[in-house]
Design a binder for this molecule. Sequence first.
Ligand code: QAP
Ligand code: CO
Length: 176
Amino acid sequence: MAILPIVKYPNKRLKVKSQVVREFDANLHKLLDDMYETMIATNGIGLAAIQVDMPICALIITLPREEDGQQYEEDKLELINPTLLKTQGTTTYQEGCLSVPGFYEEIERFESISVGYQDRFGVEKVLQADGLLAIAVQHEMDHLNGVLFVDRLPILRRKKFEKELKRIQKEQKAKP
Ligand code: QAP
Ligand code: CO
């Protein structure tokens, strides 16, 4: 197990389109395990493989439980080669991203979705999601297309972000 470095905005590697996964082997399983360790260590709730510099169609999500706000590995979702099957309604949520640390903005998403995907063994599954899970899945699936949540901001809020980024980058540099 290992904690992997996270690729940060504005690194162009985050814009690459991820490749379909064809081999559901030990290498994939190790990557997924390392992604989970990395996500927990960095206080994330979702992570796409491209964020650890592996542009393949794989993502993980582990939402905190409502009862105690804690994340449990048994709640972990691993989505390989996900595709959107059905969508319903729209909603907004204040999103963040481990690749854009320190910045949060309201983003519009579908309210509920149905997604086809494969698990780590290649078994085909369907996930129906609403609430925070639906938002997390859409956010992570965007990464597979090289899209960040800041790419979905209206032009004026995008400008606000680019300005704020300079302050965030200064703060990050000041950290040991
Ligand atoms: C994507 O985001 C997401 O700025 C996952 O300093 C976003 O895990 C899912 C994080 C919105 C659902 C709703 C961000 C950690 C984590 C930061 C994350 C930070 C430390 C973001
Ligand atoms: Co993200």
